[in-house]
Design a protein around this ligand. Structure first.
Ligand code: FAD
Length: 468
């Protein structure tokens, strides 16, 4: 008789591999299946980590080229070697995916390389990457198959001229002109990388501001900053077609409100209009697992699906498509399978854009609060008045705290600033503890740090900033 696992996870992204580790820690006999030959899913292979490696490298290049002089440092003969930069990024990815392999061995998780498809509620058929087939049985399955890139109707991603983020992470030379379709996080991060390396970047966005879903004031400031850095923004504009030519593409767009079509040329077009939950060829029709109207696996708050013994987490279920959200869901789901009480507070999931300056937010935006009719107070503090930001000559942006008008409980925190991604953790912790703005204001913050701007913004909620 073939072996029956306690838990089989389909997908080894941050949701799946973390769920597998937690399940194994809890003493469950665990396997994890992924069609890639390396672990870590989208995040480690073609997402968060390679993009951050290139963001860091390109930021260093830009700083050396334009940011050092103000500190009295002169750089002569600066140049960039794209091949070496890509090799360094690939090395980072290799080390990180190898790290997960080590963790799988340490936790005695069976790693199965192949494409999994349900044959019923209790079994999968896996087409192994070596060409053979294997039946895998388990008491519990976790669907952690993640997401895939989407395109606009009639526009084909060929990963040569019209690329997804995956192609944009591996270009072999700096394109003279790049058009980014979609002004969301991925488009802006990858657009920033190539602009810093020398591309002329145009972003075409349907909405009237970049970064849909983030705080309105932050979005406006961010748009101004991107323009100042040399990006061309075409907001409230709709792409109607992309025609590839011998060496590039012609992109046609028109104002959303109506008006004449405009055509521009690009060497590379980055399609970054979003991602869709990925359940292709998974055989869900044989399981009774239901999907919602957006193709996401429907789950309860404990991550169970409509089919007993089948669970789902990460990008393939509702909520923001973020690695840390997937990880936390993986832990909670494994704990629920083991009979514990795993829980994720979806009201406190931070989101970060790793441009320079960074953008970070957690909780409600002002627009959310206005729509919900919740009375709130705002405390804002600019980095121009923060001593560390001044010393670093990185004074762009601000911290904004939204607190309940009556109870002072923090409802949302939004930051645009050099260190926003690290700073938002403090806000998330405070919100998990149900902190008030006054709690942050009363907390001693080390001097000189950018995080003092958080304390000052908390003081600003009650109109008593010290340094402004
Ligand atoms: P995934 O990471 O997508 O993993 C799913 C895995 O399932 C894949 O490896 C896939 O091969 C496998 N799979 C699917 N179907 C099958 C099958 N039938 N059989 C076997 N295997 C299968 N998020 C952040 O939080 N921070 C960031 O900075 C960030 N940057 C990003 C940058 C880019 C360019 C991109 C594309 C994404 C970024 N994300 C970021 C999003 C993040 O990568 C995802 O939210 C995260 O990877 C989701 O994790 P997951 O485990 O749900 O799925």
């Amino acid at each position: 008789m073939s072996e029956v696992f306690d838990v089989v996870v389909i997908g080894a992204g941050p949701g799946g591999y973390v769920a597998a580790i937690r399940a194994a820690q809890l003493g469950l006999k665990t396997a994890c299946i992924d069609k890639r030959n390396t672990l870590g899913g989208t995040c480690l292979n073609v997402g968060c980590m390679p993009s951050k490696a290139l963001l860091h490298a390109s930021e260093l290049y830009e700083e050396a080229g334009h940011g050092f002089e103000k500190f009295g440092i002169t750089v002569k003969g600066l140049s960039v070697d794209i091949k070496a930069m890509m090799a360094s990024k690939d090395k980072t990815v290799g080390e990180l995916t190898g790290g997960i392999e080590f963790l799988f061995k340490k936790n005695k998780i069976t790693w199965i390389k192949g494409v999994a498809s349900f044959t019923g509620r209790h079994a999968l058929e896996v087409k192994l990457n070596d060409g053979s087939k294997q039946t895998v049985k388990a008491k519990n399955f976790i669907i952690a198959t993640g997401s895939d890139v989407v395109s606009l109707p009639g526009i084909e991603i060929d990963e040569k001229i019209v690329v997804s983020s995956t192609g944009a992470l591996s270009l072999t030379k700096v394109p003279a002109k790049m058009v980014v379709i979609g002004g969301g996080v991925i488009g802006l991060e990858m657009g920033s990388v190539w602009r810093r390396l020398g591309s002329e970047v145009t972003v075409i966005e349907f909405l009237d501001q970049l970064l849909p879903g983030m705080d309105g004031e932050v979005r406006k400031t961010f748009g101004r900053t991107m323009k100042k850095q040399g990006m061309t923004l075409k907001l409230s504009s709709k792409v109607t077609g992309v025609k590839t030519t011998k060496n590039g593409a012609k992109i046609t767009y028109e104002p959303v409100k109506g008006g004449d079509a405009i055509t521009i040329d690009a060497d590379i077009v980055l399609m970054s209009v979003g991602r869709r939950p990925y359940t292709d060829n998974l055989g869900l029709d044989k399981t009774g697992v239901e999907l919602d109207n957006r193709g996401r696996v429907k789950i309860d708050s404990d991550f169970s699906t409509s089919a007993a013994g089948i669970w789902a987490i990460g990008d393939v279920v509702e909520g923001p498509m973020l690695a840390h959200k997937a990880e936390d869901e993986g832990i909670a789901c494994a704990e629920n399978i083991a009979g514990l009480t795993g829980y994720v507070n979806h009201d406190v999931i931070p989101g970060v854009v790793y441009t320079m300056p960074e953008v970070a937010g957690v909780g409600k935006t002002e627009e959310d609060l206005q729509d919900a009719g919740i009375a709130y107070s705002v405390g804002k503090f600019p980095f121009t008045a923060n001593s560390r930001a001044k010393a670093n000559m990185n004074t762009e942006g601000f911290v904004k705290i939204l607190a309940d008008k009556v109870s002072d409980r923090i409802l949302g925190v939004h930051i645009i600033g050099a260190d926003a991604g690290n700073m938002i953790a403090q806000a998330a912790t405070a919100m998990e503890f149900g902190a008030s703005a006054e709690d942050i204001a009363l907390t001693c913050h080390a001097h000189p740090t950018e995080s003092e701007a958080m304390k000052e913004a908390a003081l600003a909620v009650h109109g008593r900033t010290i340094h402004m």
